[in-house]
Structure formats: C-alpha cells, structure tokens
Write a protein that binds this ligand. Structure first.
Ligand SMILES: Cc1ncc(C[n+]2csc(CCOP(=O)(O)OP(=O)(O)O)c2C)c(N)n1
Length: 374
C-alpha cells in the first residue's frame, strides 16, 4: 500500500504556512486500515478491543468530571475531549520502566499508568496535590507551569543515561508550550546530550484562545530539525498511528539515538478548562468538522466492519463506562478533606526541622479554633 499523505485540515491554518503533508495515519476517519512504510504495527484483535475500551472509559471519566465541576464538586476541570487517541496511544506505547511527565490534561495517560481517576480528581477538587506515587506508576505529578515538565523530563532522561538504564522519559506538552523558553532549553539539552527523551506535543490547535497560526510560522514538527533531532507529525486522532510512532520514538531513545519530537495533530473539542468559553474565539463549524474525525468513532467503525467486535462487546464496554462514572461520582462526593497538616508531609521526601516547626505551629493554630477546627 502507499503512504497516506493527508492534509489534516483542508484550507485551515494561516495562508503563509506551507501545505501540511506527511501525516502518519494507520486508521482513517472512516475506520479503514491503511499502511505506512515506516510505521508498521501488528496489533491483535484483543489489543484493538482493549484500545477501544481505554478510549471509551477515559472519555466517560472526562464527561463525568466535567459534569461534577458544573455541579460545584470540582474547582476546575481540564477536559481531554477529542484528545483520547493521542493520550491512550502514547500511554500504551510506554513500557513499565519508562516515565511520563504530564501537563494537567493527560488523564488518558494517567489511566494507562494505572493511576486511580479519583487521585486525579482529588487534585481538581482541591483536596490533594495529586495522590499518586510517581515512582510506582512511572507517571509524574501534573504540572501547571507551562513547559516546566520538559526540563524535568530531560533532566530525568539524562539521569537514566548516566545510570545506564535502558528506559526513556516521555514529556507531554501543548502547541502553546512550544513558545515557552523552558521547552526550547529542554530540547537543546536533550539534543546536546542525546538524552533518552521523547517530546510528545498534542497540537490541539489552541493555547487557550490563541490559535496555532499565532504560535508558529512552520508546522510544529518541522521545528525539531532546528534542534537537531527528528520531528514527526502523526494523526493525533488515530490511536494506532500514535501508538506506532510513539513506540518507535521511545525505542530509539532507549537505544541511544536521542530525542524525537512528535506532533500529534488533534483538536480540543471542549473548552480549555471549565473556566473557558471557546465560543468566544472559534467557529462552531470548525468543531463540527473535527467531530468527523472523532478518535473513538473510527476504531468502532473498524471493529464493527471487520467483525473484530460484536454488539455484546460494545454493550459491555458501555456498562463498564457506566460503572466507572458511578464510582467517580460517588468517590468524588464522598471525598474527605485532608487534615491541614497533610500539606507539610509532601514537601520533601524527609521532613526537615524547619518544616516540622512550621507544621507544629500550624497545628497549634488550628487547635485554637472551637472544636479544634479543620
Ligand atoms: C509559565 C506559564 N505561563 C502561562 C500560564 C497560563 N496558561 C495556562 S494554560 C496556557 C495555554 C497552554 O496551551 P497549550 O500548551 O497549547 O496546552 P493546552 O492547554 O492547549 O493543552 C497558558 C498560557 C501557565 N500556566 N504557565
């Protein structure tokens, strides 16, 4: 078969940008399997069904969390709607010994690392600063400071390299983050030291309200050449292509070939966060166009058309999604506030005398309220 060269958004983008070509795609929006000479991937029927299940479950989690925020149960929520394939594909490409460095939207990657959704939710409810163990899960804590995690990932990767470990770091970033100094510094360091790090950029077309055309004069993946490592653009709504491309980049990193920049070309179908109103800066027709490229629909179409999954399977996945939604809702509303002292426990791995004194002072202050109030 021939290489699929697709213009992801016909007519979109600034007129001065070169035509966007070279998008890696393995599953078309219509659910047809296509081949790519550089990114062959063999997945079993079971693996495909598992990927579908992942996509559906993380979407349900996201929809439930958005509703919970609207009902006042969460302070804010950063929706992944539309970016499920980018996150599941990238997350499932990781090996257990690899480490992911997320921003604040990578709930799908968290899912693939076995992080309990309620741990992520507790962060957005404001009762915790992320209750999962980054070492045990290979999934670092969320980072709200745009781009900072790229430096963390690069430094970590350089550490892996010096330890002689054969594992890699996967840094997540957005299209807007590519304008950030730290991201560019991270890429220079990664290139200079051939660090085993992969930069996974979810180009969801907007940095809050700032469109891609304002961030760059060339397609993002082409920027990697300036740093001296490969850049590849993948259809971010195609879970198979994302899996194949990320797997290859991580393998190259582990083998000492240095970094890769992956631009997952996708779209944020919802708001930037629940505090944002995207109708103020983008057209409804654009969203309608992207709905035709829905990351879940195409896998479902493929599974159905090829007889890889039947109605019972789809019903079972729906039932699992319903169960997950109930668990998330119940878990959120029953979530207890942590004791005030808890914020002192996670500053350093080991408590310092200075911090212990502050903690004692804080506890004495709280005990001064009626009922010892928390
Ligand atoms: C250092 C820094 N500057 C500014 C902000 C405010 N801010 C929050 S999200 C955001 C846009 C990020 O866009 P992008 O990198 O494309 O990621 P997306 O949210 O679209 O996934 C900005 C500027 C911040 N959090 N950190």
């Amino acid at each position: 078969m021939t290489t699929e060269v697709v213009d992801p958004v016909p007519g979109a983008g600034a007129p001065h940008l070169p035509r966007q070509t070279g998008l890696v795609q393995l599953l078309t929006p219509e659910g047809e399997r296509v081949q790519h000479p550089d990114y062959a991937i063999d997945v079993t029927a079971e693996e495909l069904r598992d990927l579908y299940r992942d996509l559906v479950l993380v979407r349900r989690w996201d929809v439930e969390a958005t509703a919970l925020q609207r009902q006042g149960e969460l302070g804010i929520w950063a929706s992944l709607l539309g970016q499920e394939a980018a996150q599941i594909g990238a997350g499932r490409a990781l090996r257990p010994d690899d480490t992911a460095f997320p921003t604040y939207r990578e709930h799908g990657v968290a899912w693939t690392r076995g992080v309990d959704p309620l741990h992520v939710i507790s962060l957005f409810r404001g009762v915790d600063n992320g209750g999962w163990d980054p070492v045990a899960t290979g999934f670092n804590l969320y980072t709200v400071v745009i781009g900072a995690q790229c430096l963390h990932a690069t430094g970590y990767a350089m550490g892996l390299q010096r330890d002689g470990a054969e594992s890699a770091a996967l840094a997540f970033l957005g299209d807007g983050a590519t304008s950030q100094g730290e991201v560019n510094e991270a890429m220079i360091w990664a290139a200079s030291f051939s660090a085993p790090v992969v930069f996974f950029c979810q180009n969801n077309q907007y940095a809050i309200s700032v469109p891609l055309e304002r961030q760059t004069r060339i397609p993002l993946y082409q920027r990697a050449a300036g740093f001296g490592f490969p850049g590849v653009r993948v259809d971010g709504n195609d879970v198979l292509a994302v899996l194949a491309v990320t797997r290859a980049a991580l393998a190259a990193a582990r083998e000492g070939q240095g970094p890769t920049f992956i631009e997952a070309f996708t779209y944020r179908m919802g708001a930037h966060t629940t505090s944002d109103d995207p109708t103020r800066y983008r057209l409804a027709s654009e969203l309608e166009e992207w709905k035709l490229r829905d990351p879940i629909a195409r896998v479902k179409a493929y599974l159905s058309r090829t007889g890889t999954a039947d109605a019972d399977f789809f019903a079972d996945v729906e039932a699992q999604a319903d169960e997950l939604a109930v668990r998330i809702r119940r878990g959120t509303t029953e979530m207890a506030d942590p004791p005030g002292r808890a914020m002192f426990d996670r500053v350093y791995a080991e408590q310092t005398p200075h911090l212990a004194a502050q903690q004692a002072q804080f506890e004495a202050y709280q005990a001064g309220f009626e009922g010892g109030g928390h």
